[in-house]
Design a protein around this ligand. Structure first.
Ligand code: AMP
Ligand code: MG
Length: 486
């Protein structure tokens, strides 16, 4: 009875692809599901109403113990280059329980992460631990509020079961909402599938779902490559804008929709250092902050390889065409990055020295271990804490140059500040704050700090009473490390 009032509108289409691309199976029921977090704002945004559903029933639904009518759960097959090495993967611990349509016919994958073993689990347990699922919830929702394209988080439940990692942890399931889960790795998988029509079918499906306008074009495969290239440039520029480091930019973790996906060892940079790497396994810095654009291009090369048979029957011709598109990446990225950085500094119009001005600031930050986010807050007069670094001589000289630059093109400081306030967050989900909140949640079953953190991150561009507390940085010498196997 009650379930009818929620408003699920399932219209499952991915499961109609060739059976070699997926496996149909249900989540493995869990022992004692208990609701930990629920995102009522998101549920409203996608036209779901859980207001009459109590926490007990929410836990039953979002553990997979009681699947909603109309759902049909599947694990998707995909492949991917992990740290440059090709591997066959697939949803090893995730199941998409269905595609929900909102009133405007926007389509959302509703996916459980940590829902049990699948045919793609290899030797792993198919489960997830509470800490990492809360972490994905906090960071993905923060990313959304920061204006970055991303998968969202609807719920976290505890399973009442242990998961064994380096220690025994509480099991959990995250419900993820995504415009789709089609990855570069999905195309890589379809390319090598025994079923020769898989690639074309996936391609047609992707166009229909994400880029219907391309369908009518003369060379749809080239156009798909072009649009995904643009989407990824936009995405990476946004990551660079807020100091986000994804940490595992494997091709299976890059979506065709342009959404950030698979929050594993990701983290936000505090002090500015282009070489920043947090992931414990990224010894060579492949996925370091400043390498992200280069890696996006590398992943797009792999995407283009998967599309070659659809670009031209003659592979030599296809390669030539794809190469022409990919060649544009560096220039396009540079242009977007420059535009973005100019906004961060409130620079209106063009000046020959703009790039130099930006680079000087970044180099100064690097040399002086200045905090990336707070430096822009300081320039916007939104960082009120005492910090000697901003009395440094070179910085004062740079600031004078910046103030002079702002005045040209009939511009005023007020206008610049207005531009800056839209792109420079006052708060980001800082590592030490997340760790502190997660510790309290996982060790003491106390979600108070998680809720407070979520609240301040809901409006990261506006100042609220607690903003300055969340601008605090960790000790400079502290080296934060993130782990895979999350
Ligand atoms: P990720 O690092 O989350 O992008 O995952 C990489 C691959 O490992 C994907 O195929 C996941 O489904 C799989 N995987 C990660 N953790 C588990 C787990 N606990 N059980 C089964 N598969 C997993
Ligand atoms: Mg992944």
């Amino acid at each position: 009875m009650l379930r009818k009032k929620i408003g699920w509108k399932f219209d499952n289409t991915y499961s109609n692809l060739s059976q070699s691309m997926l496996s149909k199976l249900n989540p493995t029921p869990v022992k004692t599901p208990e609701l930990v977090l629920f995102n009522h704002n998101l549920s409203k945004e996608i036209d779901l109403d859980f207001s009459q559903i109590d926490n007990k029933e929410l836990a039953l639904i979002f553990s997979g113990n009681q699947l909603p009518d109309g759902s049909e759960s599947i694990a998707q097959a995909y492949a991917g280059h992990q740290f440059g090495h090709f591997t066959i993967l697939g949803d090893g611990r995730a199941l998409t329980i269905g595609e929900h349509l909102d009133r405007n016919k926007n389509r959302y994958d509703i996916q459980f992460k940590g829902s049990g073993k699948t045919p793609y689990s290899r030797n792993a347990d198919g489960r997830a631990a509470l800490g990492p699922m809360l972490r994905e919830y906090i960071i993905s929702e923060a990313m959304h509020n920061l204006g970055v394209s991303t998968t969202r988080s609807l719920a976290v439940i505890k399973t009442g079961e242990d998961v064994i990692r380096e220690s025994i942890l509480q099991g959990a399931i995250l419900t993820r909402v995504a415009s789709s889960h089609i990855r570069v790795g999905t195309f890589q998988y379809a390319l090598i599938s025994k079923n020769k029509s898989d690639l074309k079918t996936l391609f047609d499906y992707t166009l229909k779902r994400h880029y219907p306008n391309i369908k009518k074009s003369e060379s749809p495969a080239v156009d798909l490559l072009k649009v995904v290239l643009e989407k990824q440039i936009n995405l990476i520029c946004n990551w660079m804008r807020i100091g986000f480091i994804h940490g595992v930019m494997n091709t299976d973790n890059m979506t065709i929709s342009g959404e950030t996906i698979d929050y594993g060892p990701c983290a936000f940079m505090d002090k500015y250092d282009p070489g920043t790497v947090f992931s414990s396994i990224d010894h060579l810095g492949r996925y370091a902050y400043s390498n992200q654009p280069r890696i996006a291009k590398w992943n797009l090369d792999r995407f283009a390889e998967s599309l070659l048979p659809l670009i031209n029957n003659d592979s030599k011709v296809a390669i030539e065409i794809a190469t022409e598109v990919l060649k544009e990446f560096p220039e396009k990225y540079k242009k977007k990055w420059l535009e973005m950085m100019k906004k961060k500094l409130g620079l209106v119009g063009d000046d020959l020295n703009d790039e130099q001005l930006i680079i000087e600031l970044l180099s100064w930050m690097h040399k002086n271990k200045a905090d990336y986010t707070n430096t822009f807050c300081y320039l916007m007069k939104e960082y009120k804490q005492k910090n000697e670094v901003y009395n440094e001589k070179q910085f004062i000289l740079w600031k004078k140059k910046w103030e002079d630059r702002i005045k040209i093109n009939n511009n005023s400081q007020e206008k610049s500040l207005k531009i800056m306030r839209k792109v420079n967050p006052l708060v980001i989900p800082r590592n030490h704050l997340i760790e502190d909140a997660l510790k309290q949640a996982t060790e003491m079953n106390d979600l108070n700090k998680v809720h407070k953190l979520l609240k301040v991150l809901q409006n990261p561009y506006s100042s609220i009473s607690t903003t300055s507390v969340y601008q605090s940085t960790p000790p400079l010498e502290e080296n934060y490390v993130t782990y895979c196997g999350t």
